[in-house]
Design a binder for this molecule. Structure first.
Ligand code: BGC
Length: 764
């Protein structure tokens, strides 16, 4: 692929009229950029995404209503994220890029990497994780995969778009630390590691400012700090004030505004309200994007290998399934994997009519669709009965529900084992609105009890985009969390049930015990256009750990049909300041398997508020029975940094970090310590600085220390009036130094100011 040279773009711009430049900065229609044919600038097509190509032929819509060309429906992000598998996800990205290129689409609108702040977000199925490292690392892999095929991506929705209710208006009111450390960190990672061709700004406001017109977000952070080189596109209809948005950094408005906002831009330039240079920059970025898309043309040609991509979708789905529980029943050993010759009852409507993707703009028209029932029958050697068990329709009579349940119970009682497919009916989660609760429908919960009463060998398979409460978790011996698995999910489920694939997925989000335990419970979805991110940094497992709450299944959890032992963990700082963590992982069971190793860090006695532990790195390793391998994971120094509001920048605090090498956030296998040198933070002293801060200052500290020692000599006996065990120092530490002169004694304001001046001069 050829790089677009700046001069080429500048030459093209010089040739354009003001009106033509303005016209480039908004869409032609729903899915195309505008051409300027006279100047040889063609139009390109951009389209959804993210887990397949949704290329519409006729009139477009962003609700997934109109039909689109058949494309492979890979597992949506909720599934794929549970694979924690960078290599696999990059391959899925390559396949997505191939399908995009074959259809001559320039940009696939994804991935979506917003943090799952609340399980109630209706669009969580389209997002990867509650953790920014998982979202960022996996998001970068998708972008790299797609863009390797000469087409672009759109990293979305930038930023702090963590709910659907009121999404086009609400202000996400987030403090600087959580904004940087949780909500922006993943975006930063993808931008810096993978340079997506475009970033899509979100609908919402952030701290009162629309993302589509926020110069801090779109220019200062995205470009000046992170070095983003591509184009910023609006989410569809996210533009509030185009004339304000363009110089803030919103290059391309989508979809078409019918020429209305182009005319506004022209008028603003003519009136001297908008610098034409800002328009040149935005139009230039559109030209760059069009050229990149043109240069990528022909890198991949059709026809699409439908079978190969379906097979990849099956492999990806198999790695996305999480084995939550696999208990022994009686003397029969663990329920899973199922022996192929057992007599099975498959129960549940989702076995026959899969829920495999979410509703809204990401709705893919699949090239084919596996059902779990057919695929179980294809792999089984014994009899497989089926009963619907429940209806997913909104209005079902009590009689019908009872009849469906009874028929299912009859099949269950006649079988050796029951595979019970439960999940959320499609209407309960979608783009555009949030969920009311995290419960499975009551008839499904009743069915679990009815089936358990006649057959203890029950495997529950879940189909859900957002997490569901699992009140039966300690009664059902085996549970597979299948999320939404894409078009080949049925086959993948059969593979895992029978052990043809050993499950290796791990939860990229916590499954809470109760909705009321969740971090954003009291602040979701906000009121009167504002949603306060009151839980701060404590999102997902960070919250449950800090509060010591029990959860149904913790972040990072996932079982296998084999077992893994961890040994010889170590952590050292390398020449770049990154922490290299090594551990030996051994497959101690009887079948081959794949383990996802996780590294969390913490810093005892930190100067800032911190979660109990935070994920910093992960890796997966495949092992034959008995095989041992050394796994090396890199914790980037930058990922140890917290956002310091005093200096408005990232700071790595020095100290002995605890490094937890873990199989889940609550299954720590080994903890080692590593000494990390901190960043020097130069905080100027002021009269407002506390005595504690002044004492910690390299110049002022020793001087004050000496002065205090002298002062204390004159105050002999003072300790006797303090509460027992409390020293005078403790009481004084938060005293502002500017007020020392008001406490009597010999200290004058001039002396304080002199000390401050000396300290600040010595610091630079
Ligand atoms: C969604 C985007 C999508 C766009 C185009 C919007 O409503 O938020 O994710 O890419 O529509 O369909």
């Amino acid at each position: 692929m050829t790089d677009v040279s700046i001069s080429q773009t500048e030459a093209a711009l010089a040739d354009l009229t003001l009106e033509e430049k303005a016209s480039l900065t908004s869409g032609l229609d729903f899915w195309h950029t505008k051409p300027v044919e006279r100047a040889g600038i063609p139009s390109i097509m951009v389209t959804d995404g993210p887990h397949g190509l949704r290329k519409q032929g006729g009139a477009g819509d962003h609700l997934g209503l109109g039909s689109s060309v058949p494309a492979t429906c890979f597992p949506p992000a909720a599934g794929l994220g549970s694979s924690w598998d960078v290599e696999l996800i990059e391959r899925v990205g390559e396949a997505l890029g191939t399908e995009t290129a074959i259809e001559h689409v320039g940009v696939l609108l994804g991935p979506g990497i917003n943090i799952k702040r609340s399980p109630l977000c209706g669009r969580n199925f389209e997002y990867l994780s509650e953790d920014p490292i998982v979202s960022g690392v996996l998001g970068a892999a998708i972008v790299q995969g797609i863009q390797s095929k000469g087409v672009g991506t759109s990293l979305k929705h930038f930023a702090a778009n963590n709910q659907e209710d009121d999404r086009m208006r609400a202000s996400s009111d987030v403090d600087p630390r959580p904004l940087r450390e949780i909500y922006l960190r993943g975006f930063q990672r993808v931008v810096q590691d993978a340079q997506p061709w475009t970033v899509m700004c979100s609908y919402n406001k952030i701290n009162g400012v629309y993302a589509s017109e926020d110069p801090w977000l779109l220019t200062q952070v995205l470009r000046d700090e992170w070095g983003f080189e591509g184009l910023v596109v609006s989410d569809w209809g996210a533009v509030n004030d185009r004339v304000q948005g363009l110089p803030a950094g919103l290059d391309l408005e989508m979809p078409s505004s019918g020429g209305r906002t182009d005319a506004q831009l022209v008028a603003a330039v003519q009136a001297g309200e908008l610098d034409e240079h800002a328009l040149d920059i935005a139009a230039g970025r559109v030209i760059d994007l069009v050229r990149k898309a043109q240069a990528g043309r022909g890198l991949v040609e059709g026809p699409l290998d439908v079978d190969a991509h379906h097979a990849l979708a099956r492999e990806a789905a198999g790695r996305s399934i999480v084995l939550l529980r696999n208990a022994e029943v009686g003397d029969g050993g663990a329920v899973l994997p199922l022996a192929k010759d057992r007599k099975l009852a498959v129960v549940g409507a989702f076995a026959e009519k899969p829920r495999y993707q979410g509703a809204g703009s990401s709705l893919i028209n699949p090239t084919r669709l596996d059902t779990a029932l057919d695929e179980i029958r294809a792999l089984a050697a014994g009899e497989v009965a089926y009963a619907q068990g429940f209806s997913v329709a909104a209005d079902v009579s009590a009689e019908e529900t009872a009849a469906l349940r009874e028929a299912a119970v009859a099949e269950a009682s006649a079988a050796d084992a029951v595979v019970l497919f439960l999940g959320l009916p499609a209407r309960l989660e979608s783009e555009g609105y949030d969920r009311d609760d995290i419960d499975l429908p009551a008839e499904q919960l009743a069915l679990v009890d009815a089936v358990l009463a006649v057959n203890p060998n029950v495997v529950v398979v879940l189909s859900n985009g957002g997490v569901v409460a699992l009140p039966f978790a300690d009664r059902v011996p085996a549970i597979l969390e299948g999320w939404l698995l894409g078009q080949a999910g049925g086959g993948a489920t059969a593979d895992v049930l029978f052990g043809d694939v050993n499950p290796s997925g791990k939860l990229a989000e916590t499954i809470p015990a109760r909705l009321s335990d969740t971090p954003a419970y009291l602040d979701f979805p906000g009121e009167f256009g504002h949603v306060r991110y009151g839980e701060g940094l404590f999102v997902g497992y960070r919250w449950y750990d800090a509060r010591g709450l029990e959860v149904a299944f913790p972040f990072g959890h996932g079982l296998s049909y084999t077992t893994f032992a961890y040994s010889d963990a170590s952590a050292t700082v390398d020449a770049d300041g990154d922490v290299q963590v090594a551990v030996t992982v051994t497959n101690t069971g009887a079948v081959p398997g794949r383990e996802i190793v996780q590294v969390y860090t913490s810093l005892a006695g930190s100067a800032v508020q911190r979660p109990v532990r935070e994920l910093k790195a992960f890796a997966s390793v495949e092992l034959e029975p008995g095989e041992a391998r050394d796994v090396v994971l890199t914790v980037r120094r930058a990922d140890l940094a917290y956002w310091d509001v005093r200096v408005d920048g990232w700071v790595v605090e020095g100290g002995a970090y605890a490094v937890d090498v873990a199989a889940s956030s609550r299954d720590i296998r080994s903890t080692v310590s590593v000494e990390v040198a901190g960043d020097a933070v130069a905080i100027p002293l002021t009269r407002e600085s506390s005595l504690g801060e002044a004492l910690a200052h390299p110049v002022a500290g020793p001087i004050i220390q000496a002065a205090m020692a002298q002062m204390m000599q004159g105050l002999e006996g003072i300790e006797s009036v303090m509460p027992e065990g409390v020293s005078m120092d403790r009481m004084m530490m938060s005293f502002p130094i500017g007020r020392m002169s008001m406490m009597g004694g010999d200290v004058t304001p001039e002396m304080i100011d002199g000390l401050i001046a000396m300290a600040n001069a010595g610091q630079h």
